[in-house]
Ligand binder design. Structure first.
Ligand code: MIC
Ligand code: SF4
Length: 644
């Protein structure tokens, strides 16, 4: 008899190309679809170009422009032109700036149950809402997948999140994922996949499911997934994509490594207080707190369901005088529907600032709040300074809580005067006019030229790992250092395609002199080492957080623990991701100390263990648990160097 399987096992089994889940620590899977966004996409495509493959080999690859749309100076526009020309040449679908946010658009127009999606953005797991195994990764991994190569994940442990009951009015999917974050936090979930199951699943529409899988990124899991059922079918049919439907459910008796049950009827409105998405409090506990700004949108909460709900709260009313409210919709489809049903007029009349369909405020590229502000936002990350204002406190909330609070300028309970649920639309208006090159997808247009403005610089490649190095501990940082600390976005985002320029801002929020110190060490013939605490590299998939340090001569990280995507990015760029064998050894190291990484190559070739003598006479022991593939990449100096 065949072993009963859960949804994760079914999709992975259908895509397995390397490894055996029963015996191996790492699996290689075939990737059906890829997505990139502009801020990570330029590097991904420069790397793809250097692989000399004539066209993409996936079922579909889409290049979205949604992050860098502010266009102050020539840089962003240059990037867009480059991306458009690359898409034309290699058979990639190109989504023009203004079309919408990659994850919302992909769910609407391309996501397919039962397939795999790899995206150069950490919120790619949004696709799990439609029954896809959708994973975020660094740009170079997307390049490999576009060239037909496998993607590698740690053999997952699968946790069932069993949903039962039904949410109360005014409580929504955002509160559910905040509940999951309250339970599991933002660290310690590396290697897990969360599979949502149970009778409560049938009470959630696809956009709500996607809100939940989207913010699985904040847990640090590999991905999150819902089954594909009648509701998925209805969503796809309403998008004119009935043919893309496939039912996927766990078999009776399917096993999970762990189970957590949530009674939806008991979920309260929640919020994530500054400065971590895992810092969960009830809305009730902060009721009445004065609010300066409310921002609604982002890939977590920008669907028609979400913005229509906000409009219902604000109908016939006005936002409070002391609060500014900005709204960014997820796609043109959403805007078109809001225009037709009158919501757009309601929101304008209520005094909301309607923003472009893009990431904007979420990445600190728009509407930074005032000094010391309290800003309620429906997005997924509230890291210190990410909004562009270091002194601001960002609270992550549901669209319902955001709307209720907009009316009074204070934190309000959305359950006090809740509005009716927005029914799932029977038919979405479909207009693919801003998706270019659909006809030539997978083929490319012969004779097309790549357009390269001065902001498009070469991708640096790494050097072979030497036997030993003279090294300097260039920086020592604490726990939960995010990729926004390592490689800031916001005002610095426009340098994404220009590594020498962007590298000037590595660790800017922690130590603005980091760049100069690294170069000085390099001049003196030493490499640099980053020392960090728990959960190093949380957050974004941006490979720049590894690529720019590589450019500055960083060869190793010594951390208490390292998050999945960042660890993979470090390896892809030839930086050895060591973890302390005894966490307490972290305390023995001081920034600026000079040491020797004696036998680092042999350690990587062997059991991964390295002992380093410290100037004071003591020593620290670090270890890197590496697969054969990872060893090969590190010894070669990174993925690009390994292909040379
Ligand atoms: C983010 O939300 O941090 C981003 C910006 O979307 C990143 C990608 C990037 O840094 O370009 C992500 O989540 O991967
Ligand atoms: Fe864009 Fe924000 Fe989503 Fe990242 S989290 S993809 S910046 S909307």
């Amino acid at each position: 008899m065949k072993k009963p399987m859960n949804v994760v096992e079914k999709i992975l089994a259908a895509h397995l190309v390397e490894g055996d889940p029963a015996t191996d620590a790492e699996l290689g899977i075939r990737i059906d679809q890829t997505l990139t966004q502009d801020a990570t996409g330029t590097m991904a495509y420069l790397q793809f170009e250097s692989m000399n493959v004539p066209r993409v080999k996936t079922d579909v690859s889409v290049s979205y422009v949604d992050h860098n749309t502010v266009q102050i100076g020539f840089e962003n526009a240059d990037d867009h032109d480059f991306l458009q020309s690359i898409a034309k040449k290699y058979g990639i679908v190109y989504s023009k700036a203004g079309n919408g946010i990659c994850h919302q658009l992909h769910l609407e127009r391309f996501g397919k149950p039962g397939t795999t999606l790899l995206g150069s953005d950490s919120h790619t797991p949004t696709g799990g809402g439609i029954g896809q195994i959708a994973i975020g990764a660094g740009g170079i991994d997307i390049a490999v997948a576009m060239a037909g190569g496998a993607f590698h994940i740690p053999t997952p442990k699968v946790r069932a999140i069993v949903l039962k009951g039904r949410l109360r009015k005014g409580v929504s999917a955002k509160d559910v994922i905040l509940k999951v974050l309250e339970k599991y936090g933002t660290k310690g979930n590396v290697g897990w996949i969360f599979e949502y199951t149970g009778p409560g699943v049938a009470t959630l529409d696809v956009p709500s499911r996607a809100t939940i899988t989207n913010m699985g990124a904040e847990l640090g899991v590999t991905t999150s997934v819902f089954p594909s059922d009648k509701i998925t079918k209805q969503f796809l049919s309403a998008q004119g994509r009935a043919a893309d439907f496939k039912a996927i459910a766990p078999d009776n008796g399917a096993k999970y490594d762990d189970t957590f049950t949530i009674d939806l009827s008991k979920v309260e409105p929640l919020m994530a207080a500054p400065h971590s998405p895992g810092n969960i409090v009830t809305v009730k506990s902060l009721k009445g707190k004065k609010v300066n700004q409310i921002m609604i949108g982002s890939c977590t909460n920008s669907s028609y369901r979400d913005i229509r709900t906000v409009a219902l709260y604000l109908k016939g009313k006005h936002v409070a005088d002391d609060v500014e409210v900005g709204i960014a919709c997820g796609s043109r489809q959403v805007v078109e529907m809001l225009a037709k049903d009158g919501s757009l007029a309601i929101l304008h009349k209520a005094g909301c600032r309607m923003l472009e369909n893009a990431c904007g405020f979420c990445i600190g590229a728009h509407m930074s709040p005032r000094t010391g502000a309290v800003s309620l936002r429906t997005n997924n990350r509230n890291f210190e300074g990410r909004s562009g204002t270091k002194s601001a406190g960002i609270y992550l909330v549901s669209p319902e809580t955001a709307a209720a609070s907009a009316l009074t300028g204070k934190v309000e309970l959305p359950t006090r005067n809740p509005v009716a649920a927005v029914p799932a639309p029977k038919k979405f208006p479909v207009d693919d006019g801003m998706f270019l090159y659909r006809k030539s997808a997978g083929k490319g247009v012969k004779g097309s030229e790549i357009v390269r403005g001065p902001n498009i610089a070469k991708v640096p490649s790494g050097e072979k790992l030497a036997e030993s190095y003279k090294a300097v501990f260039a920086i020592k940082v604490g726990d939960k250092i995010t990729t926004d600390h390592i490689m800031p976005a916001g005002a610095r985002l426009k340098f994404r395609s220009n590594i020498p320029e962007y590298a000037k801002f590595v660790f800017e929020p922690c130590d603005p002199a980091f760049h100069d110190k690294c170069l000085a060490a390099r001049e003196a013939g030493a490499v640099n080492v980053i020392v960090a605490g728990e959960s190093y590299g949380q957050g974004s998939s941006r490979e720049h957080a590894a690529l720019c340090p590589m450019y500055l001569g960083v060869k190793a990280v010594f951390a208490k623990s390292i998050e999945r995507i960042h660890r993979a990015n470090l390896i892809n760029f030839g930086i050895v991701p060591f973890e302390f064998v005894n966490s307490a050894d972290y305390d023995k190291i001081s920034a600026g100390e000079k040491v020797t990484l004696k036998g680092i190559r042999a350690a990587v070739e062997g059991d991964g263990v390295l002992e380093v003598a410290l100037p004071g006479g003591s020593s620290v022991k670090v270890a890197a648990r590496l697969s054969a593939r990872e060893k090969h990449l590190l010894l070669s100096g990174g993925l690009l160097a390994s292909l040379a």
